[in-house]
Design a protein around this ligand. Structure first.
Ligand SMILES: Cc1cc2nc3c(=O)[nH]c(=O)nc-3n(C[C@H](O)[C@H](O)[C@H](O)COP(=O)(O)OP(=O)(O)OC[C@H]3O[C@@H](n4cnc5c(N)ncnc54)[C@H](O)[C@@H]3O)c2cc1C
Length: 667
């Protein structure tokens, strides 16, 4: 059967046709196809010169169209202004701030993408090209790459502590080392700090009773405590935690309080049980024991924690799916995302530390320097090709994140799932390619839990964005042939594996006029416009199911019969095909317009990584500490077991980073 995929390239081509047909006309020109500048054209184009004036262009970035105004004089690009975009703050916006100036200063559109925001960089350059084309300018005039600065050869640098990776764990490590008097160099591969941490929800888990008391206890939570205490202990640590929780819970019940019961030991039990009893109990105990300390530590640097507490529920494959409301984050300052605040508080703490420090952006660590069995530094490459030999007097802390952006590496280690497609996208930063794991391995470190990979069921198949949805994720879902293939309300793993098996790993969520999540302005919950998503091919809209099928290259009869069967199941509440028990009449697909949102499964978290001890020191195959080498955050393995529960990854990043920084500084 013919593929039913509207490719991004095709969508871009369509968009380009639209742009050339008018969207990219000069700013105040409507019908007149002749390019007319918004500001009065000072100089008519001389032969071989440029048509002076201001022109608009548009192209898709990561989240939708990037619109630009390009001002030309008769010989050059005078300015580039981004007039509208919906790119991710602190990630895509880095390219938006940087590239316009670079285009003007180099008079070139043959520029490298800013590392870490390729989609935005390419979209912006394309938008400028469109503006030039609308002015009748031959874009090739600007396609000569600027002369690159020659690499500086080999640069030597030295600090007490060298941190590889400037995300949550890396900044926590750098701040902690600085706080303990160590000079610090942070090497960051991309053009910005934050990594996956800045893309995330910033929820942080701590099983501290004082904080958890801000939530109320309910029957499910009471049942959860009973269930977890009734589990057969797997080992002495678990038995000890259960004994402690039993005592704590008895005291709590005797007190007659109604707030949510919690404790560090209960948090430990939860992580261990929800991770399939595979986590390292010593590591779990260490991190849970310092979760309140880290919470206060961040508050001390100005992170304004909110009283709001939310569920830190596990996704699936858990022994007890807890209802504990123990994940929390900072109050919003209204200007930045919660996660950006988390990153910036640590960055500012480092800057204000008064300790010698340096952050090298667009500088990727590639190899560890090992001398007499100890790690003494890092070799790194700058964006201009310069090689850095960065010596560490006291220690090197790997904080490079996980490997969810490296589908090949996930395939290599996967033993849990039938298959992971090479094309699988990730929810993570594109820099999460497992570099630190490979560097550590090269220095003799042991790896642990590498096969434990967490999947995510709904990503934009073009970009990996999790924001381009216009209906509930458990709406009717069909494959490219128009056939339903999974219980849409099943576990994340079940749904994702089902999606992986479909043609091109692709599926469509079907919605109608009655069950989208669009607001009155046609925007989804992330503020993205349905029109933009239709224009870039993420969403298809039609007045009839037949037309929807036709646009998706599906057999209309097949789609129609899938929808009929689904609607019947919604009416009866019985899903003979996939056993869904949550179907209701409100979920039926009956009323035009009909929508199909392209979706695919992806890679979300890698629980495995460098084997560390409770001081975040890397271990070799014999369990011996490798002097001078630490790993913190998602690059390290052992904490979560087979299931990373919401809120615990930020605890891991901050906790291990803080431990590693202090330990390295003390060497
Ligand atoms: C959408 C989403 C939402 C999430 N929400 C939550 C949540 O609310 N709570 C929670 O607990 N967890 C959450 N997580 C998981 C959590 O965000 C991550 O596990 C955690 O942020 C990882 O932190 P890290 O510092 O280890 O890695 P990162 O934050 O990814 O930092 C790693 C850094 O290293 C850099 N780097 C990589 N390779 C190199 C190299 N060779 N040289 C130099 N630098 C390099 C990267 O560019 C990056 O800046 C979420 C994840 C996603 C994807």
């Amino acid at each position: 059967m013919k593929r039913t995929w509207i490719s991004r390239a095709a969508a871009l081509a369509l968009c380009l046709m639209l742009l050339l047909a008018g969207c990219a006309a000069p700013a105040e020109s409507t019908d007149d196809p002749t390019p007319a500048p918004t500001e009065s054209a000072e100089t008519p184009a001389e032969e071989g010169g440029l048509p002076a004036g201001t022109y608009t262009g548009s192209a898709n970035g990561f989240h939708g169209p990037i619109e630009v105004e390009v001002t030309l004089d008769d010989s050059s690009i005078v300015s580039v202004e981004v007039t509208s975009h919906t790119e991710t703050e602190n990630v895509g916006t880095v390219a938006i701030e940087r590239l316009p100036e670079e285009i003007v200063s180099t008079q070139s559109l043959a520029l490298d993408a800013v590392a870490g925001c390729t989609f935005t960089s390419e979209g912006l350059l394309e938008a400028v090209k469109n503006a030039l084309e609308s002015a009748g300018v031959d874009v090739n005039l600007f396609m000569t790459a600027p002369e690159e600065e020659a690499p500086q050869g080999e640069v030597e640098k030295t600090a007490d502590v060298v941190v590889v990776g400037g995300g949550g764990a890396g900044l926590a490590a750098a701040l902690s080392a600085a706080e303990n008097g160590a000079s610090v160099i942070v090497l960051e591969k991309t053009g910005m700090l934050g990594g996956t941490t800045i893309l995330g929800g910033a929820y942080y888990a701590t099983g501290n009773q004082e904080i958890s008391a801000k939530a109320e206890m309910n029957d499910k939570m009471r049942e959860d405590v009973a269930n977890i205490l009734a589990l057969e202990p797997e080992n002495d640590d678990m038995a000890r935690w259960q004994d402690t929780v039993r005592e704590q819970y008895d005291a709590y019940l005797a007190s007659g309080e109604t707030y949510m019961f919690d404790s560090e030991e209960y948090h430990m039990l939860q992580i261990y049980a929800d991770g399939g009893f595979l986590g390292d109990t010593a590591l779990i105990e260490r991190l849970c024991s310092i979760s309140r300390e880290c919470y206060d530590w961040l508050a001390g640097y100005g992170l304004p924690w909110s009283d709001e507490v939310i569920g830190g529920k596990a996704s699936d494959t858990t022994a007890v799916v807890l209802d504990a409301q123990r994940a929390r984050r900072n109050k919003s300052n209204g200007e930045e995302s919660h996660s950006a605040m988390l990153i910036h508080v640590m960055q500012k703490g480092l800057e204000d530390s008064g300790v010698e420090h340096e952050i090298l952006l667009e500088t990727a660590g590639t190899e560890l320097i090992v001398e007499n069995g100890a790690v003494t530094g890092v070799i790194a490459t700058g964006s201009d090709g310069t090689t850095y030999r960065v010596h560490a007097n006291k220690g090197v802390i790997l904080a490079t994140g996980g490997f969810s952006a490296n589908a090949e590496m996930c395939q290599e280690y996967n033993t849990l799932y039938p298959a992971i497609p090479a094309t699988a996208k990730t929810t993570n930063s594109s820099a999460a390619t497992g570099d630190g794991i490979k560097m550590a391995e090269g220095a003799g470190a042991a790896l642990i839990d590498m096969e434990l990979i967490q999947l995510w069921p709904h990503l934009n198949p073009f970009t990996g964005s999790t924001d381009t949805y216009i209906c509930a994720k458990n709406n009717l879902m069909v494959n490219p042939e128009g056939v339903r293939f999974v219980n849409e309300s099943g576990s994340e793993t079940e749904v994702t594996c089902g999606m992986f098996e479909q043609t091109d790993g692709l599926a469509y969520l079907i919605s109608d006029a009655n069950n989208t999540t669009l607001d009155a302005e046609g925007k989804n919950s992330a503020g993205l416009s349905i029109d933009d998503m239709i224009a870039d091919g993420t969403v298809v809209k039609a007045d009839t199911l037949e037309d929807l099928a036709a646009q998706l290259n599906m057999d209309p009869e097949v789609l129609k019969s899938t929808v009929d069967a689904f609607n019947a199941a919604c009416d009866s509440g019985e899903d003979a095909e996939f056993g869904r028990t949550d179907l209701t009449a409100a979920m039926k697909i009956t009323t035009a317009p009909f929508y199909a949102t392209a979706t695919s499964g992806g890679l979300h978290h890698t629980m495995g990584g460098v084997h560390i001890d409770t001081n975040a020191r890397a271990l070799d195959e014999n369990g011996e500490v490798i002097p001078g080498l630490y790993a913190a955050g998602e690059v390290a393995g052992g904490f979560h077991g087979n299931n990373r529960v919401s809120g615990n990854a930020i605890l891991e990043a901050i906790g291990e980073g803080k431990i590693a920084g202090a330990d390295a500084a003390s060497r």
